[in-house]
Design a protein around this ligand. Structure first.
Ligand SMILES: NC(=O)c1ccc[n+]([C@@H]2O[C@H](COP(=O)([O-])OP(=O)(O)OC[C@H]3O[C@@H](n4cnc5c(N)ncnc54)[C@H](O)[C@@H]3O)[C@@H](O)[C@H]2O)c1
Length: 274
């Protein structure tokens, strides 16, 4: 279903680890829609993941960058502009990691060094990416930057742990930088709040499988799959959404507007009867 929506556009895609990654699906769709882009991930993910395979499929160069390191980001933007032959039109920030979640520290007993890492990797990295692009004048007018987030930024989902705080900050950075970059150069910045999705980052959350089913039952359209999230990213990178900026956009099958669903009630009743 290619429509050349990104024909002639150049970009950077962060966060494709393996074929389950949301960024992986975005890269495949962006290629299909005619974009040229570089792929990037943290050096450790290069060794563990399959990004080189994706690079082959997309005919894209891979540039290692730890998104918490400004020098890495500067090198990434400079190299990307050189390889792609000019300023950039889109950036996907698809990055998340919490050492507290990984090490199963409950929210009431967080390790603060880990907490700082969670915020640095999962939120501040968006600011660092935007600030680097701003200083290097790396983004063209009407360029589009998209970050991925989760509804735990607005509502409490206890097992999402300190990632909830990081996502709240990520969404705030998108709004505030969206103001500055919008007035400066008509660059737009948005976050997409995605349904639970079966990926490495997603399944690291405690009780993910049960939670995935719960969200699916609560959403009138069911959980949004990663492929549909990729489609949505493409529309935001395209010229069809030029006046959308500073928004947190729910891509969740309707979950965020629900209170209770008969489908979920039915499940509860069945459990009670058993
Ligand atoms: N999977 C879900 O249920 C879900 C739901 C809503 C939002 N999201 C968000 O979507 C985004 C992508 O996650 P995913 O589900 O595709 O999982 P994923 O594990 O495939 O992707 C996370 C990526 O972050 C990268 N990363 C971690 N530390 C980094 C660093 N220092 N520098 C650069 N990259 C780094 C990882 O290498 C990995 O590629 C994340 O922001 C995640 O929070 C996921």
């Amino acid at each position: 279903m290619a429509n050349n929506l990104l024909q002639g556009k150049r970009g950077i895609i962060f966060g494709a680890l393996d074929e389950k990654s949301i960024a992986w699906k975005v890269a495949l769709r962006a290629k299909e829609e005619g974009a040229a882009f570089t792929l990037t991930n943290a050096p450790v993910a290069m060794r563990l993941g399959q990004i080189k395979e994706l690079a082959g499929i997309c005919q894209a160069e891979v540039i290692a960058a730890d998104a918490t390191q400004e020098t890495d980001l500067e090198n990434l933007f400079r190299q990307s502009m050189e390889i792609l032959g000019g300023g950039l039109d889109f950036v996907l920030h698809s990055i998340g990691m919490s050492p507290n979640v990984r090490k199963k520290r409950p929210y009431t007993d967080l390790n603060y060094q880990f907490y700082a890492q969670t915020v640095d990797v999962s939120a501040m990295s968006l600011h660092k990416t935007l600030q680097t692009a701003y200083k290097l004048n790396a983004l063209n007018e009407w360029a589009s930057v998209v970050g991925l987030t989760y509804i735990a930024a607005q509502r409490t989902f206890p097992d999402y742990n300190d990632m909830a705080d990081a996502k709240a900050m990520l969404e705030s950075i998108a709004r505030t930088f969206g103001y500055y970059y919008g007035t400066h150069k008509k660059v737009r910045v948005n976050t997409i709040s995605q349904s639970p999705t079966i990926t490495t980052a997603g399944t690291g959350i405690k009780g993910f499988d049960a939670f995935f089913d719960y969200a699916d039952k609560m959403s009138p359209l069911g959980n949004a799959p990663a492929e549909a999230c990729a489609d949505y990213c493409i529309t935001l990178f395209s010229d069809l959404t030029r006046y959308v900026t500073m928004q947190n956009l729910f891509h969740d099958g309707g979950f965020s507007s629900m209170g209770m669903s008969p489908a979920f009630m039915e499940l509860l009743q069945k459990n009670q009867e058993e």
